[in-house]
Design a binder for this molecule. Structure first.
Ligand SMILES: Cc1ncc(COP(=O)(O)O)c(C=O)c1O
Length: 402
């Protein structure tokens, strides 16, 4: 559906989450987005089919939808709002964050090419980089999450720089304009997985990054009740990715798109709360005698605090820390928590906790796991939307119980 009225630029993230850049017409004048639960869209007669196909061939649009894998009105409304919040020309939705990550890489990778990743990154992205890409003859470097290390790793065939910011789990924050500049000089494409920051806290496209990817399962969906992913960027650049989306069809269903779009209406409010809670809990943990070390970009002790302060609006509600002691003390702490659910993920309404060595990295050989910093007393918490005082009290009593 085309946007009916042009609004001035500059709406805030909450307004964009509710309306997008402008109002669009909904079927039956429904205020909320209708769930168009269909796999295909019919034509009245063969002339309609002919006119539709002819227009498509000539690059014109006379009606939007034909087949569910190629697009759906509920999905389209969700993509429109995600693009508005990110400040992107276009959004392409996927069924999960990982399908967004992998299909974006697959759409732009080249035979005999070289892709730079950072050593601290989401486990499945690391596995795709180190285990799968090599099988396709693509060279991979895993480097320190810093612009200088990325530049040092550039080779004549480097064509993609892929990083997270902040990274998972150590929350390293990258200097995005510096990375965009390195990429420009070496004619490489930049892709940032900004799941942990969200478009509320950083704007990679404004920093000159080519494509932003998010797991929308996290803060964008916001309620621990859906899986989705999204890639955003310039219209022309995303044509190849859109073709990949149409071909592979790893798209979320209409109900998931409805839930995600519904979540966007409270995105700004939720992020304010996540940022506030993150800062308060990080400070409390850092001051607690049973905590050895805390990684949170909002703390002056974080290695990238200066970059984070410059580039981020807030620092989110994911906090990584070391419990004083080993495996036994860490498990005692986690088992004593009353409000935190033991499960991976982040960005939803319920607070979550994971012992990283046990949950995400259990099957890695111990030496490799320790080498990438996943020690037994490493804990990651993802704060939900509970009252901050209750979360602080719960963490305090569980630490005291060790
Ligand atoms: C930074 C990051 N990227 C991608 C993903 C994958 O997202 P999904 O679980 O939606 O596939 C995650 C999941 O935790 C993540 O933390």
């Amino acid at each position: 559906m085309p946007e009916k009225t042009k609004q001035p630029k500059g709406f805030g993230p909450s307004t964009l989450g509710v309306h997008g850049r402008a109002r669009v017409a909904h079927a039956h004048f429904a205020v909320s987005t209708p769930i168009v639960q269909t796999s295909n869209f019919y034509f009245e007669n063969t002339s309609e089919v002919y006119e539709f196909m002819k227009a498509k061939k000539e690059g014109r649009t006379i009606r939007e939808h034909e087949y569910g894998r190629y697009g759906n009105p509920t999905q389209q409304e969700c993509e429109r709002k995600l693009a508005a919040i990110e400040g992107a020309e276009r959004a392409v939705l996927f069924s999960t964050g990982m399908s967004a990550v992998i299909l974006t890489l697959m759409a732009y990778m080249r035979p005999n090419g070289h892709i730079i990743f950072t050593s601290d990154c989401y486990r499945q992205t690391r596995d795709f980089a180190t285990k799968t890409l090599a099988r396709f003859g693509i060279e991979v470097s895993m480097v320190d999450p810093a612009a200088e290390a990325i530049e040092k790793a550039i080779r004549p065939n480097t064509h993609i720089i892929f990083t997270e910011s902040p990274t998972n789990p150590y929350l390293r924050v990258l200097d995005l304009p510096a990375i965009a500049e390195v990429a420009r000089r070496h004619k490489a494409m930049t892709i940032i997985d900004a799941t942990l920051a969200t478009p509320y806290n950083i704007k990679p496209l404004e920093a000159g990054i080519d494509i932003v990817v998010h797991s929308a399962t996290k803060y964008l969906g916001g309620h621990n009740d859906l899986l989705a992913g999204v890639a955003l960027g310039r219209h022309d650049l995303l044509d190849d990715l859109y073709r990949m989306q149409r071909m592979v069809g790893a798209v979320p269903g209409p109900f998931t798109c409805f839930l995600l779009e519904r979540g966007l209406k409270t995105f700004g409010l939720r992020m304010e709360q996540h940022n506030r809670a993150g800062m308060a809990v990080a400070r409390m943990l850092e001051a607690h005698p049973k905590v050895e070390k805390v990684w949170y970009p909002g703390l002056a002790s974080h290695p990238d605090h200066a970059v984070a302060r410059e580039q981020m609006t807030g620092f989110g509600s994911l906090i990584t820390f070391l419990v004083r002691g080993g495996d036994r003390e860490t498990r005692k702490f986690i088992d004593s928590l009353r409000l935190f659910l033991i499960t991976p993920s982040l960005g939803g309404s319920e607070s979550l906790v994971t012992q990283m060595s046990m949950m995400s990295f259990f099957d890695y050989p111990e030496e490799y796991r320790l080498n990438i910093g996943i020690v037994d007393n490493l804990v990651r918490i993802a704060l939900g939307l509970e009252d901050v005082e209750d979360l602080i009290a719960d963490l305090g009593q569980a630490l005291d119980a060790i």
